[in-house]
Ligand binder design. Structure first.
Ligand code: ZN
Length: 168
């Protein structure tokens, strides 16, 4: 039996190394568990997701993803200061951390810690990698059909069916 190819409704596991234009490694799954996502549900950046289509376990490839197919171009006024007091004491704030801010319209928006300034935390609505061209080196380690639950949720579940720690 030949392996499944990556297509909508399949859970894909892969190892990756992400480099910037200078060739510096920004992120990598090496030495860690492979990353997994449910194909066709936007679980990874669009440019990488489309490059995954049709691949099989064991396939290795490189893809360069433009900002518009990655984390987008930076928009808005840039980072703005929020008092450190606005965050829970027990949270260790680090540059690059992501939070979800409530909005008047109801949908929380993602924000990232862009840095620190005195007693303030600088928050940016742009992803830290916004505007960057992404250079991915990928090895597909597994492709399997998603379960009905996973399709309904739009993301893969752990091996035990509920290893991903969100409310169902
Ligand atoms: Zn779920």
């Amino acid at each position: 039996m030949t392996g499944l190819s990556v297509a909508d409704g399949h859970v894909v596991s892969f190892h990756y190394t992400l480099r910037d234009d200078d060739g510096d490694v920004i992120d990598s799954s090496a030495g860690d568990e492979p990353m997994d996502y449910l194909h066709g549900h936007g679980g990874i950046v669009p440019g990488l997701e489309s490059a995954m289509a049709g691949k099989q376990a064991g396939d290795k490839f490189k893809v360069t993803v433009a900002p518009k197919d990655g984390y987008g171009e930076p928009v808005g006024p840039g980072p703005r200061p929020v008092p450190r007091d606005a965050f829970p004491d027990d949270v260790e704030l680090e540059e690059g951390m992501q939070f979800f801010m409530p909005t008047k319209s109801g949908d929380p928006v993602p924000v990232w810690v862009a840095g620190f300034q005195g007693k303030d935390v600088l928050l940016d609505t742009n992803h830290p990698m916004a505007g960057e061209t992404l250079h991915f080196e990928v090895e597909v380690t597994g492709v399997r059909a998603a379960t009905a639950d996973e399709i309904e949720h739009g993301h893969p579940h752990g091996p035990d069916g509920h290893g991903h720690g969100h409310d169902h």
